[in-house]
Design a protein around this ligand. Sequence first.
Ligand code: AHR
Length: 513
Amino acid sequence: MKKTLSILAFSALCAFQGNAANEATITLLPSKESPVIAKEIYGQFAEHLGTCIYGGLWVGEKSSIPNTNGYRTDVLNALKELHIPVLRWPGGCFADEYHWMDGIGPKENRPRMVNNNWGGTVEDNSFGTHDFFDLCEILGCEPYLSGNVGSGSVEELAKWVEYITAEDGPMATLRKKNGREKPWHLKYLGVGNESWGCGGNFTPEYYADVYRRYQTYCRNYNGNRLYKIASGASDYDYNWTDVMMKNARNHMDGISLHYYTVLGWSGSKGSATQFNDEDYYWTLGKCLEVGDVVKRHCEIMDKYDPQKRIGLLVDEWGTWFDEEPGTVPGHLYQQNTLRDAMVAALSLNTFHTFTDRVKMTNIAQIANVLQSMVLTKEDQMVLTPTYYVFKMYVPHQDAQLIPLNISTREITARDGRKVPVVSATASAKDGKTTLSLVNTDLNNESKVTVDLSGISAKKISGEILTAASMNDYNDFGQPEKVTLKGFSKGYQVKDGKLTVTLPAKSIVTLSLQ
Ligand code: AHR
């Protein structure tokens, strides 16, 4: 066993140090039948964890930090650029200890609670249901509520749905008393979170029954139609998906899956910024494994639901490294380098290939937690390299997937993980074709030849995300070390073929018309 590993490590090192120019070929296969990339694949997740909500999104109306009705104006403006389709809240693990009635009514009367999952921080419940739904209205996104099954009751969850969506009745009266006359629209309802772990430590058999019971009382009021989501598996727990599909499929619209790019759950997860070439390629290989994992969960779902009525929602994904030294333990504050941007792009490229079943994904998390879009410190904000990937990929939202064939060299990373040198995804919308290309090679450029298969490319514009080093990141005092730049010289079209030269460790998006 040891011998095999060291041979692999050696071959990986050889691969990293080579300096041959890479060549890759892509054939676009446009088809009227191909599915649309659900915009919800670009979903976000905001948990009461560390400074995600308090300090990251919300500072309150009285704060000296510029805000719009309590929401940070800088963060709002940045997030609007991402066209966020859906936002999941209030957790995560926090959701199964959250009692929504503590977060309504006059803020000064709200009870405090200990956030047991995340550092034991005391939460004052000043950000509650009204604040979340108002935020979704400002961002123009669908709310996705994660309901408390672990420590809550059927009645509590049923009443939350009534409070939010009913036009009349006791819960509607309470909502109106708290300042909101009209019901909100609520589509996505998660019935528990990680019910195999922090959400109650259930067995799948027991949770399937509990799920059936809870969802029964979550009603559709006044034409509101809930899309009910069962708490799904972690990573490789295929039995969870199997039991849930067998026992509860007729009561769900979707089932979730969590997949983190993480070294392991015990011991160090590695530094977010201090890593070497081997760590870089290993991380990319681990992130790409989400493709195999999703495929296996999909195969199980296909067995019970060949019509693909039920969606698979990867409602937590992204990198998970050690917390930054000096930050509050349990707050999961981590930096974000070009490596994270690569993980974002490769993951999104992978999710695009499952558009027939994967109906939503939510990167963890939106601000100041894990692989976030923005980092804040008092009145300062920086945009992360991951933010820029989401910005570059906006044109793929709700666009028709263009399937493609790709031929590229692979790099063998630690543990035998394979990383393609070039990864690509393409889609079409409103007469424009968007082609996103990733060159994972740290040292060498990649020349990519794309057979356009008749797709018009008379007008091309492009953007690139790269950096001097894979370890580069944006921080307070150096907010623009890794930013999006125009990409106008590295490509040409001849005889129906597009040739693109991708610099080492870069992500490029081209818009063709
Ligand atoms: O995103 C952080 C945590 O990861 C979530 O609260 C939980 O669902 C998962 O384990």
